[in-house]
Write a new protein. Structure first.
Length: 96
């Protein structure tokens, strides 16, 4: 049974606007490949990180609302961890 999720991403601050859009498109393609549906992206923009991650003190925050299968969340996380432009990510289940 598909559930609603929100994913938080911190992308590398080294990305320009075009590269950031490509990364967000790639994340959407990963969700679709795992049988999910992207509902909405919410970009918060560049923010200072609470602590340094991979030598970076700033990151670009973006939030994704999507629908997907619970079994796919772990597989998506594995793909995100391999992407050096995604500094951190987190999935949470939204209440139905």
């Amino acid at each position: 049974m598909a559930r609603n999720y929100e994913a938080t991403f911190i992308f590398s601050s080294a990305l320009d606007d075009e590269a950031l859009e490509r990364e967000m498109t790639t994340v959407g393609e990963i969700v679709a490949r795992e049988g999910g549906t992207v509902k909405e992206w919410d970009k918060w923009g560049r923010r200072r990180l609470a602590y340094e991650i991979n030598g970076q003190t700033d990151g670009v925050y973006a939030f994704l609302t999507f629908e997907g299968e619970p079994a796919a969340i772990e597989r998506m996380g594995q793909v995100y961890r391999l992407n050096e432009n995604i500094l951190r990510h987190m999935h949470i289940v939204l209440d139905d």
